[in-house]
Ligand binder design. Structure first.
Ligand code: ADP
Ligand code: MG
Ligand code: MG
Ligand code: MG
Length: 418
């Protein structure tokens, strides 16, 4: 096989491959024979290797031609690595310092070598252990406001925006995973669904018969299919965020495409809601995690508040797109009317976020891919209690999103469902 023909790399192949890349080899330091290589991938789809030399380390991600979680029976295109690389480069430009730096990319091998995030951990793990992240709101809302606003028609001329859509339009196999696993499967008897049985059997059955819910999730699915508002990450759960006390990095944008902004916002908020409602299942003494839980609720409120402040600020200062032509909003009356319209826009985005948050919660409890927030609650009865609360809240958020007028209404409902 030629150097650039796809093959699944084992440790030794990877060593030989990296040894031929002078910049990477220099960054690692020492002789290739001395580099340590270990596969650490804990995701559902890909291989991730950590490589360490005498001077430094890197992370190397390689796509497999199938879904890792399921196996070769579920093929998935290698091109997702192309889109992940493209997204990482875009995001680094739009939101500097908030994604790992790309060191090397080989399209044919579906391989990306990137900055090793260390001592960062996956945020979801930190949340399960009850850790607060004081800079998370600031970092995450900068990432969200900048990547979403600066790739939208509010910021970018129409021709450039359409080129962007075209550049990501081939990533439809990854979109299809979302369309099926998040917006469809949890609502019918799909073979791969699972839930904490028997405790959630009745709820799962209700969700399969609930036509109000089926309408609501279908509206969200249509929005996901047909709203190229901005370059979205597409998989922005707390397992795609790596953190230390002071730093935040967003990883794993292989699902990136031009879609609805509310989908990324909903991923963040939905996952924080799950962290909050799973917390009771992780306490070893009553009330032990109370201050952590208060921090999560505060974080949910502040993510929305800070995101909207930053997004509207960008709109005032960096609106170079073709939407809302300045000539139509001249003078004092025009400026006031445009400012009111910005608020109306944020209200609609808030509604989208509420609905998508709910979709992200439901799929983690009734669908194929579950999360450790719930899975690591050992007692299945206790797990089911936490999950049932989450489903109750998510159903209300999805079916009756307009009754949640503010983010405070969401956190209030989360508190009350416990
Ligand atoms: P997948 O697409 O399969 O979910 P991820 O990109 O999420 O793969 O990576 C899987 C795991 O590998 C992450 O959960 C994290 O533990 C580790 N990882 C990924 N990228 C890095 C990095 N740049 N530095 C350190 N660890 C990383
Ligand atoms: Mg991942
Ligand atoms: Mg997800
Ligand atoms: Mg991934």
């Amino acid at each position: 096989l030629g150097q650039d023909e796809y093959r699944i790399l084992r440790d030794t192949d990877l060593r030989d491959y990296l040894a031929e890349l002078p910049e990477v080899a220099a960054l690692l330091g020492g002789s290739p024979g001395g580099w340590s290589i270990s596969e650490v991938g804990d995701g559902n789809l890909n291989l991730v290797f950590i490589v360490r030399g005498t001077k430094g380390g890197i992370a190397v991600k390689q796509a497999l031609p199938y879904v890792r979680l399921v196996g070769e029976s579920w093929p998935l295109p290698l091109s997702r690595s192309h889109y992940e690389h493209l997204a990482l480069v875009h995001q680094a430009r739009l939101a500097p310092g908030l994604v790992p730096a790309v060191l090397h990319h080989n399209e044919a091998l579906a391989l990306i070598a990137m900055e090793l995030l260390e001592p960062h951990i996956i945020m979801r793990k930190g949340l399960v252990s009850g850790t607060c992240y004081p800079h998370f709101v600031d970092h995450m809302t900068t990432f969200l406001a900048r990547t979403l606003f600066l790739s939208s028609d509010l910021a970018v001329p129409a021709a450039q925006k359409k080129e962007g859509i075209a550049a990501f339009s081939g990533n439809h196999a990854l979109c299809k995973i979302t369309e099926d696993l998040i917006f469809t499967d949890p609502y019918f008897q799909a073979e791969q669904n699972r839930w904490t049985s028997p405790w959630l059997d009745a709820t799962a059955a209700h969700f399969r018969e609930d036509l109000d819910l089926h309408v609501a999730v279908s509206r969200l699915k249509l929005k996901f299919l047909a709203s190229p508002e901005a370059l979205v990450h597409g998989d922005l759960h707390t397992g795609s965020i790596m953190v230390t006390e002071n730093e935040t990095r967003v990883i794993d944008p292989e699902f990136a495409f031009y879609g609805p902004m509310g989908f990324d916002l909903g991923a963040v908020i939905g996952n924080l809601i799950m962290s909050y409602l799973a917390s009771a299942g992780h306490e070893r003494a009553p009330g032990e995690r109370r201050s952590f839980e208060a921090w999560v609720l505060e974080t949910i409120e502040n993510v929305w508040a800070e995101f909207s402040r930053k997004f509207v600020g960008l709109w005032r200062d960096e609106a170079n797109g073709d939407a809302y032509a300045a000539t139509l909003f001249s003078g004092e009356a025009g400026a006031a009317r445009l400012e009111a319209e910005r608020r109306a826009y944020m209200d609609r985005l808030f509604q989208d976020m509420v609905g998508f948050s709910a979709a992200k919660i439901i799929r983690r409890i009734l669908g194929l891919a579950h999360n450790i927030d719930f899975e690591w609650i050992e007692d299945p009865r206790l797990r089911a209690i936490c999950e049932a609360r989450s489903l109750r809240l998510a159903r209300a958020m999805m079916v009756d999103a307009p009754s949640f007028r503010t983010i405070g209404a969401v956190t209030k409902a989360a508190r009350e469902v416990r």
